[in-house]
Design a protein around this ligand. Structure first.
Ligand code: FE2
Ligand code: FE2
Ligand code: FE2
Length: 266
């Protein structure tokens, strides 16, 4: 159900290999649970413990790598990893019948798989790309072409909107700057949703295997845009906005280069 497709590759070999192994462990445990000859206890005693240890080791490797390359997102990643570890540690099977226990284990594995899938596609995908950019404009050059006409046109428009937002945020002496920023961020959100809808429809039409991974990535980006709230950041609003626009640029660049460019032209 949770396939480790090419969309999940972040491009760092040892991290990709560990992600693949984590998926395999979860899938194996889920398969075993389907058999009804007392495998529940085996899965619980052996596989869940192994999965927990492997995940902890993997997080440590990933964090060490991020530290080594000076990745700005390391604190946020640490928190996300911690949440995963706590969830697994706090999980308690209690006194359940074999059937009840199998159901609980299956729910746990499903939760972990979904968490991992989303985390890889949204957070890990950005590893190595969380740099403070040098104030440059996004330029829609050939390297971003997917060859799908509609998709390329929409990506170009997204670049334009983000550049416009960037300019506004950096502008001084603009008396209605705040309202304009709110407006442009809404324009960005609406256009992003339109673009994702169209792109997904295209992938659906051609029967593309990477569609479910793309959907997860798209959803997380829209969630992030929905969480932008300028009312809560009065104190250092300027800093918040500047960081936001850097994140938006990096996300879009990484998503187009690593994920969208894999979509075949048909
Ligand atoms: Fe991670
Ligand atoms: Fe796209
Ligand atoms: Fe996409």
């Amino acid at each position: 159900m949770f396939q480790f497709t090419k969309e999940c590759l972040i491009g760092v070999e040892h991290i990709d290999a560990e992600h693949r192994a984590l998926f395999a462990m979860i899938n194996e445990a889920m398969e075993l649970l389907k058999e009804d000859n007392g495998t529940t206890l085996f899965v619980e005693k052996n596989l869940i413990g192994a999965l927990k240890r492997y995940a902890e080791e993997h997080f440590a490797h990933e964090e060490a790598y991020m530290e080594q390359i000076g990745d700005l997102e390391l604190p946020r990643q640490r928190k996300e990893h911690q949440a995963f570890t706590e969830y697994v540690n706090n999980y308690d099977m209690g006194e359940l019948s074999e059937e009840g226990a199998a159901q609980r284990l299956n729910d746990l594995l499903l939760y972990l798989a979904k968490w991992l899938y989303r985390h890889i596609l949204c957070s890990d995908m950005m590893i190595g790309h969380n740099r403070k950019e040098k104030g440059g404009e996004l330029v829609f050059t050939k390297e971003y072409y997917t060859g799908i006409e509609l998709v390329d046109a929409q990506h170009a428009r997204l670049f334009e909107i983000i550049n416009e937002a960037d300019k506004l945020i950096k502008a001084e002496l603009l008396h209605d700057k705040y309202d304009e920023i709110v407006h442009i961020l809404n324009v960005l959100k609406d256009y992003t949703v339109t673009h994702f809808t169209d792109e997904e429809a295209y992938m659906e039409r051609i029967g593309y295997e990477g569609l479910s991974a793309q959907k997860v990535a798209h959803m997380s980006f829209v969630d992030m845009l929905n969480q932008v709230n300028l009312d809560n950041v009065d104190d250092n609003q300027q800093e918040y906005l500047e960081e936001l626009v850097v994140y938006l640029k990096n996300w879009l660049i990484v998503h187009i280069l690593k994920v969208d460019k894999r979509i075949p032209v048909k």
